[in-house]
Design a protein around this ligand. Structure first.
Ligand code: ADP
Length: 178
C-alpha cells in the first residue's frame, strides 16, 4: 500500500473481475463489443447487460473512456477504455496510453466514484512493453492525484508475478511506501 496526499495506491495480484471497487477499468477495443484477455473475462463474468449497454454506446476512440454497469461482478461500474496497439512507439502510443488512464479517472470523477481498479492496459494482445507502459500508468495516476485529489483508492491489478514486481519496484523507488 502506498499513500500520496489522501489517495491510497494499492497493488493487487490476480483477476480484476473479482475486485470490489466502485469501478473496474476494462482494456477494451474500439468496438466495445468484447474481445480476449481482460475484456473477455469482464464480459463473461459481468454478463450480457454489459454488452447491451456497450452496443448502445456504439464504440470508443483510442485514449477515451466510457462507462457501463458491472453486471454480476462485485464492483458497481466498468469503465471501458481503449489503449493503443503498440507499433514501435512512434505512433502517439505514449500519449494515447496516458490518455486512457487519465480519461478513465476523469470519468470516475464525473460519476463521483471513490475507488477504481486498473488492469495493465495495452500490455497483453496490444503489445505495449510493460516497462514503459507501467511508467505511463503511474505518471497518469500521480498527475491525476496532484490535480484532482478527490479519489480514495486506486488499485493496479496485475495478472502475473513479473508485472506485479515491476510495479512494486517502481512505486517503491518513488518513496511512496505507506
Ligand atoms: P490489451 O489488448 O489492452 O493489451 P489484454 O487483455 O490483452 O489487453 O491484456 C492486458 C493485461 O491484462 C495483460 O497483462 C493480461 O495478462 C491482463 N489480464 C488478462 N486477464 C485479466 C484479468 N481477468 N484480470 C486482470 N488482468 C488480466
Amino acid at each position: 500500500m502506498y499513500k500520496i496526499d489522501e489517495t491510497i495506491i494499492k497493488l493487487v495480484k490476480g483477476d480484476i473481475t473479482k475486485i470490489e471497487v466502485d469501478a473496474i477499468v476494462n482494456a477494451a477495443n474500439n468496438t466495445l463489443l468484447g474481445g480476449g484477455g481482460v475484456d473477455g473475462a469482464i464480459h463473461r463474468r459481468g454478463g450480457s447487460e454489459i454488452l447491451e449497454q456497450c452496443k448502445k454506446i456504439g464504440g470508443c476512440p483510442t485514449g477515451e473512456a466510457r462507462i457501463t454497469t458491472a453486471g454480476k461482478m462485485p464492483s458497481k461500474y466498468v469503465i471501458h477504455t481503449v489503449g493503443p496497439i503498440y507499433r514501435g512507439g512512434k505512433n502517439r502510443e505514449e500519449e494515447l496510453l496516458y490518455n486512457a488512464y487519465y480519461n478513465s479517472l476523469l470519468l470516475a470523477k464525473e460519476y463521483n466514484l471513490k475507488t477504481i481498479a486498473f488492469p495493465s492496459i495495452s500490455t497483453g494482445a496490444y503489445g505495449y512493453p510493460i516497462d514503459s507502459a507501467s511508467d505511463i500508468a503511474i505518471k497518469a495516476v500521480l498527475d491525476f492525484i496532484e490535480k484532482e485529489s478527490f479519489i480514495e483508492k486506486i488499485a493496479f491489478v496485475l495478472f502475473n508475478d513479473s508485472d506485479y514486481r515491476i510495479y512494486e519496484n517502481k512505486l517503491n523507488k518513488l518513496g511512496l511506501e505507506g
